[in-house]
Design a protein around this ligand. Sequence first.
Ligand code: FAD
Length: 433
Amino acid sequence: MLALHCNYTGYIRVSVRSPTVAVASYRMTVLRAAEAEGVIMRSADAVVVGGGVNGASTAFFLARAGMSRVTLLERRQLGAGATGKSGALVRMHYTNPVESKLAHESLKVFRNWSEIVGGDCGFEATGFVQIVPPQYEEQLRANVDAQRAIGINTRVISAGELHEIEPAVCVDDVTVAAYEPDSGFADPNATLYSLVSAARDRDVTVRTGVEATGIIIEHGRVAGVDTSDGRIDTETVVLATGAWSGRLLDPLELDFGLEPRRVQVVVFRRPPELDHPHPVFIDATQGSWFRPEGVTGTLVGLELGVAGVDPDDLHEGVDQEYVRLCRRALAARIPAFRQATMRGGWAGMITMSPDGRPIIDQVPQVPGLYCMVGDSGTSFKTAPTIGMGLSEWITTGKPRTIDLSPFRSTRFAAGQPWHDVSAYGEDQLTISR
Ligand SMILES: Cc1cc2nc3c(=O)[nH]c(=O)nc-3n(C[C@H](O)[C@H](O)[C@H](O)COP(=O)(O)OP(=O)(O)OC[C@H]3O[C@@H](n4cnc5c(N)ncnc54)[C@H](O)[C@@H]3O)c2cc1C
C-alpha cells in the first residue's frame, strides 16, 4: 500500500504502509502509481520546458484552452532565469507595430489579471514616458501614430507637458516624448507565481528540479523528452528555456544565432525631494530606463550587455563601474539623483537573437517542437500574449490572438531579419526593458 504526497516541487514523499513492497520494483511502482494518481506524468499531451514567465504563461494558457495533460519542467527553481531578475516594465512603445501589438494584448491581461489568471501580478499603472533625442522626433511621431491605430492609449507630449507630468525631470534636451498613461510595471515573481498557481489549479503538473536533457525525435517528429528524472512521452514540446536554450537546440542542429548576455540593474534610494513614485521612463538619449522600486527606490538599467558568459557561472552582483554609469544617466534626467544612495543591484541573463527580437515558432524542421527563445531582454511584458498565441497554435493549429509569423525562426536563414524603419538609431536597442 503506497501513499503518495506531492509537495509540487518535483519531489514525491512516499509512505510505505506494507513491508511487502519489493525493493526492486519500488521505483517503478512509485512512478506508475504516481502517474495513475495524476501526480507525476511519464507521458503528456504537451511538455513545456522552462519555469520562467513564458513557460508558465504557455502552460497556463494550454490548460485554460482545455488541454488536460500538460507538464511544466524547470531544472532549478521557478524564476531561476531572466524572469526572476526582470525589470518587468510593461510598456507598449516599440519601434514597430508588431511588438507593440504583442505588448498591447498582454497589457489587457496585466490590467485584468485577477479575472483572467487569478491572484496578483503586482501591476502598477504609473504611466510610461519614452524620451528620444530630438533628431528622432519624426520617427517618434510615426511610431505613436502606428500605436494609436492599434488602439494603444498613447500620445506625443511636449517638453512642457512632460515637465507637468513629472516636475523633477530635466527637459532641456527634450523636444517631444511619447506618453502612455495606462502602462507601468509589474512584479515579475508575483506574475510568474500566479501563472504557475493558476496552471496547477487547472491540473498542470509542475516539476521543479527536473532538467530536460534532450528532445527525442522518432519518425521525423517529436516523440518525447529525456529528463534528469527519466523519459516523458509526448508529441508536443515547447522550449521556453532562456539562456540555456542552445543545450537543447544544438543536438537538433538548430542554430538560431542565440547569444546569452549578462545584464545588470541598480536600485537607488529616492532623495527626499522626490517623495512620490515617478512614471516609468525609457530614455533613449541617455541609453537608460528606470522605474519606481518599492516605496522609496528607483530601479535603473542601461543599454549594456556582456556576451560570452556561461549562465551557470554568472556573477550575480553588480559592477561598481555600472553603478557609476547608472547614477550618471539617472541624474542627467532627474538631477535630484546626483547623490542618491545606492541600495543594491543584481545581474541576470537575457538571450539576444540576431535581430534583437524573440523567436516564437513551431519549428518547421521538427514537427511537434515549439519555441519561445531569444527573448532579447524584452519578453516579460509580452509573455501573456506569447503564451496565449503558442497555446492557440498547439490546440487549434494556428495563433489567433495575434499573428506570430514575424517572429518565425526561419527569418535569419532566409536573409529576412527584422528591421524597423522608425528606429531611434541602432536597430538592437531593446536590451532588458
Ligand atoms: C535585469 C533584467 C531586466 C529586464 N527588464 C525587462 C523589462 O523591463 N521588461 C521586459 O519585458 N523584459 C525585461 N527583461 C527580460 C525578461 O525578463 C525576459 O525576456 C523574460 O523573463 C524571459 O522569460 P522566459 O520565460 O522566456 O525565460 P527565463 O525567465 O530565462 O526562464 C527560462 C527557464 O528555463 C529553465 N530551463 C532552461 N533550460 C532548461 C532545461 N533543459 N530543463 C528545464 N528547465 C530549463 C531555466 O532554469 C529558467 O528558469 C529583463 C531581463 C533582465 C535579466
